[in-house]
Design a protein around this ligand. Structure first.
Ligand code: F6P
Length: 470
């Protein structure tokens, strides 16, 4: 049976995860032989040339240390100040510093050199996310012939935006070195296909650049999901109930609106609070009747644009508090910290409205988790950005344009006024969709496509793989 090697920037650790990646993949690797490879979280004087294995709650994890300088150029620099904003169509927030690309490339080379000696010939390698686009090229340059797949957790940019990214042609050539490239949504595959079919950028000298050959790379949408039934159980667990009771004491009869996001400009948090402000402004009957809880664990807070988003949000929340709070009523609670999954599941179940309004998002697992956590007899309503990948799956949610705060305010009103029978029928459709896109099927379908032999070919590998996923 082929082993699975998962590679990502961060490796799974202990404590609550701010993003969905760690939660999603831990389960896949627990079912297959193999290991996880990535950065150790340590910054050192000399980069490690060999990986160290560690046992993390029964999971084999191989890690390398990075130098502070390389890490800065690779993570805060090229990955999160160029690729992240551009892929989210925020070129206005990108910092095009030409020195970062070298560090990005160097870290990918370091990963490849440390990973190669750990590989067996038939290992299947699954690389995750925009930090590691060049990894297949670097591994292949060192002689790796394995099947290598890449999954992009964030949206793929439009062709015009892609042309604005320095070294975009190298990056696209790097993508062509994978056997399979997975994206979150059909819109991402369409954007990729548009680039692949119409690539004709000119160089500075005006000469057309050599185009990239994607003939050996399969590209398809594999929308990631969650485990909605696990969230249903978690939402009524003792830990969740404890949190719910605590929150109920604060809420009394007020209905809860909840938002849970990393503190990131792509999540549309200022626009969301503004929409809530408009709800309270235009419809006074909701004052003292609703409460908005926004959980926003800080993220990438060494980067200026993230600090600015945090300050903007502080100021908007302060404004709404100042405008509407009374001695015995507060319109909102804003907490800048992470909570564990049981607490969140309980809060999702308690909330009449799940407000998930990113300006652009790969998928958004909060939408999945909110749906999974609902009480089937009295479910809440999901208000969802049409620019989240999740909108392709959850069309029974109230879909909004998050830039249009009037529209979001109106969706909030509709959600709060929605009769029980409509809430139930919408939720049943959403829950069926969440089940149909569960996390197990996601990883299975990606791996099946990446290494069909492990299911359809001959030999013991198939049988063992089928047994392992049964
Ligand atoms: O959603 C994209 C993503 O990179 C996830 O893979 C990750 O879990 C999350 O954002 C958090 O990002 P970071 O590792 O930069 O804190």
């Amino acid at each position: 049976m082929s082993r699975i090697v998962i590679v990502s920037n961060r490796t799974p650790g202990k404590g609550p995860a701010a993003g969905g990646l760690a939660v999603a993949l831990r389960k896949t690797l627990a079912e297959r032989e193999g290991f996880w490879f990535g950065w150790s979280g340590r910054l050192v004087e000399q980069p490690s040339s060999e990986a160290r294995f560690e046992d993390v709650d029964g999971l084999k994890v191989a890690q390398v240390d990075l130098t502070r300088q390389d890490h800065h150029a690779y993570y805060a620099g090229f990955s999160n100040s160029i690729l992240w904003p551009s892929f989210h169509l925020r070129l206005d927030l990108a910092t095009l510093d030409s020195t970062w690309y070298e560090g990005y490339r160097r870290v990918n080379q370091q990963f490849a050199r440390a990973l190669l000696p750990l590989l067996k010939a038939d290992d299947i390698i699954w690389v995750h996310d925009y930090h590691l686009i060049p990894l297949a090229s670097e591994l292949r340059a060192l002689g790796a012939r394995n099947r290598i797949g890449f999954y992009l957790h964030i949206p793929f940019p439009t062709a015009d935006t892609l042309y604005a990214i320095p070294n975009h042609l190298d990056l696209m050539r790097d993508l062509s070195r994978y056997d399979l490239v997975g994206m979150q949504a059909n819109r991402d595959v369409a954007a990729f296909t548009e680039f692949a079919e119409h690539q004709s950028p000119a160089s500075i000298s005006g000469d057309p650049l050599q185009s990239v050959d994607f003939s050996r790379t399969e590209v398809d949408a594999f929308p990631i999901g969650s485990d909605p039934d696990a969230f249903a159980r978690l939402a009524v667990s003792p830990a969740a109930t404890k949190m719910v009771n605590r929150m109920r004491r604060v809420l009394g009869d007020q209905r809860l609106i909840i938002g849970v996001d990393r503190l990131d400009y792509s999540k549309g948090l200022p626009q969301r609070v503004e929409a809530y402000e408009k709800l309270l402004t235009h419809d006074a009957r909701f004052r003292r009747q609703v409460h908005f809880l926004q959980v926003a664990p800080p993220s990438r807070d060494t980067i200026k644009e993230y600090q600015e988003t945090s300050e903007t949000l502080d100021s908007i929340c302060g404004r709404v508090m100042g405008r509407f709070a009374e001695l015995d009523w507060q319109p909102l609670t804003y907490v800048k910290r992470a909570y564990g999954q049981p607490s969140l599941a309980g809060l999702y179940r308690l909330a009449r409205v799940g407000l998930v309004t990113p300006l652009r998002d790969g998928m958004n697992l909060v939408a999945h988790e909110y749906i999974g956590s609902q009480n089937p007899a009295d479910p809440g309503v999901l208000v969802l950005s049409r620019f989240a990948g999740a909108a392709e799956i959850f069309d029974a949610a109230l879909l909004v344009n998050p830039f249009d705060t009037d529209e979001t305010a109106e969706a909030l009103r509709l959600a709060l006024d929605m009769p029980l029978d409509e809430r139930i029928s919408r939720w049943q459709t959403l829950m069926a969709a969440a089940r149909a896109h569960n996390i197990d099927d996601w990883s299975r379908s990606f791996l099946d496509r990446l290494a069909p032999a492990s299911r359809n070919g001959s030999g013991t590998r198939d049988i063992l793989y089928l047994a392992s996923v049964a």
